[in-house]
Design a protein around this ligand. Structure first.
Ligand code: PXG
Length: 457
């Protein structure tokens, strides 16, 4: 049970001393501090003001097995007592780290049998950045340094993560991207492709990658990186033919294919990996979040044998972090995966709750403010529009309706994100059909409440 916190004092201290992630500090100050989340159980979070909120975001796209798993707390405590820390720098490793590496390799069908551990998704992508360039140099093709990514992609908040990502607001802070990253258009059919069929649009977006390869020179391109579906970009689900065509292009020019599975991995799409849902076989994947369901900070980069065989010709790969292969995080991740297997959460998402969410979302299509609903497994989106036919947005530009509807959802007991004018959701994989119904009812209510304000604004 929660402790008896002095919430007013915590809010005061929050404003005085704590700098939150990706926030407007002045705004938090004007609010008198952030919402203090005190405890959580199953699919619900509870705050210091007495609110119970259905967590439609699984924390931050990560608490796949839901909150309140005593066995994850127990396994962490056991490991902390036995060995709280040891590193992987001194020709040393710990038992949970080795066992987790084997487990992840197995989940890739041993196609990506070698695992490098990190503590965050950003670091997993930093590892990609350094490893890929090093690989090409060792292979005798040192000019292959360029990464191709998509506008509006999210690959993290470190220098490499922001550079690989395609968020222009992030690029503007810190003079990024670093040289050697090129961005191409995203496969966002609802916003950018409705004048053609999804199939035609899928080919156009894949062709943009080929055009960029030819512009940069294939001999200079190291890798293409992409999220199987863009999460933080607004749950952008590419047309079905996009990824197979991207893979064909990468193979044609001998370019490495990297999938960022930080959100899509560990059951989110109803498969272990998002790339399985998209029908491609990457050479490298980055993962985090659902790997431990957020119970411990841990991430990993899984790599093909071919790449590691080349790395073996180069002596030390001088890369790694203090917390690479942290034994407590690894022990928790192992047990988290065991829970997913024991409770058949991937199959349940694929066969039951995923299809149920898709149908429940589709019931919103009759709402005058809804332009499209879409989902894969348990990740979904609702597009808010002023005009259902043209797709025009309220206020003439994106970003008015989304935050308003999001805030109304939260006020009415549902945590979702509003990305531009898209409401996105990514609930724990343990969500029940009744809880999905509750989620959709609250979104409908929020849309109803927002409609008069938006139409008169
Ligand atoms: N790749 C992807 C696909 C992600 O979604 C990262 C990498 C970076 O992971 P770390 O652990 O370094 O944060 C992420 C993280 C949002 C939001 O606005 C999304 C993330 C992080 C913070 C905010 O939805 N995803």
């Amino acid at each position: 049970m929660p402790r008896n916190y002095d919430i007013a004092e915590l809010k005061r201290l929050d404003v005085a001393h704590h700098l939150p992630a990706q926030q407007d500090y002045k705004l938090i100050e004007s609010m008198g501090g952030s919402r203090i989340v005190t405890h959580a159980e199953g699919c619900y979070i509870f705050d210091g003001d007495g609110n119970r909120i259905l967590d439609g975001m699984a924390g931050l796209w990560c608490v796949n097995v839901g909150y309140g798993r005593d066995e994850l707390a127990d396994v962490a405590a056991e490991q902390m007592r036995e060995l709280p820390f040891y590193n992987t720098f001194f020709k040393t490793v710990t038992p949970p780290t080795v066992l987790l590496a084997e487990k992840i390799a197995k989940l890739t069908g041993y196609r990506l049998p070698h695992i490098f551990f990190n503590a965050s998704g950003s670091e997993a992508n930093d590892t990609v950045f350094r490893m890929v360039r090093h690989y090409w140099k060792l292979k005798g093709q040192p000019k292959r340094t360029v990464f191709i990514s998509r506008w509006n992609a999210y690959h993290g908040s470190t220098v490499a993560g922001v550079s690989l990502g395609g968020m222009t607001s992030m690029h503007e802070q810190g003079n990024l991207p670093v040289p050697g990253v090129e961005h191409v258009r995203q496969p966002y059919w609802f916003n950018e492709g409705r004048d053609m069929s999804p199939e035609a649009f899928g080919l156009v977006c894949a062709k943009a990658i080929e055009d960029k390869i030819l512009e940069v020179g294939p001999e200079n391109v190291a890798a293409f990186i992409g999220e199987p579906l863009q999460g933080a970009g607004g749950v952008i689900i590419p047309p079905a033919n996009y990824w197979p065509e991207v893979e064909r292009i990468c193979r044609k020019y001998g370019i490495l294919l990297v999938c960022d599975e930080v959100i899509c991995g560990f059951g989110r799409t109803g498969n272990w990996w998002g790339h399985e849902a998209m029908g491609v076989s990457p050479d490298i994947i980055a993962m985090a979040k659902g790997l431990s369901s957020g119970y411990m900070p841990i991430s990993a980069t899984a790599v093909s044998k071919e790449i590691v065989d080349v790395l073996k010709t180069g002596g030390d790969f001088v890369h790694g972090f203090t917390y690479s292969g942290h034994p407590v995080a690894a022990a928790v991740a192992l047990r988290n995966i065991e829970i997913m297997e024991r409770e058949h959460l991937i199959e349940r998402t694929r066969n039951e709750t995923g299809p149920y969410l898709a149908k429940a979302l589709a019931t919103l299509n009759d709402h005058p403010l809804v332009g499209e609903t879409r989902s894969v497994g348990l990740i979904g989106a609702v597009e808010i529009v002023a005009d259902k036919v043209s797709g025009a947005r309220f206020g003439g530009a994106e970003g008015t309706a989304g935050p308003m509807v999001r805030d109304l959802c939260i006020e009415n007991g549902l945590m979702v994100r509003g990305i531009r004018d898209t409401i996105v959701m990514c609930p724990p994989l343990i969500i029940t059909t009744e809880q999905i119904d509750a989620m959709i009812s609250i979104i409908r209510l929020a849309l109803d409440l927002a409609a008069p304000k938006l139409t008169t604004a």
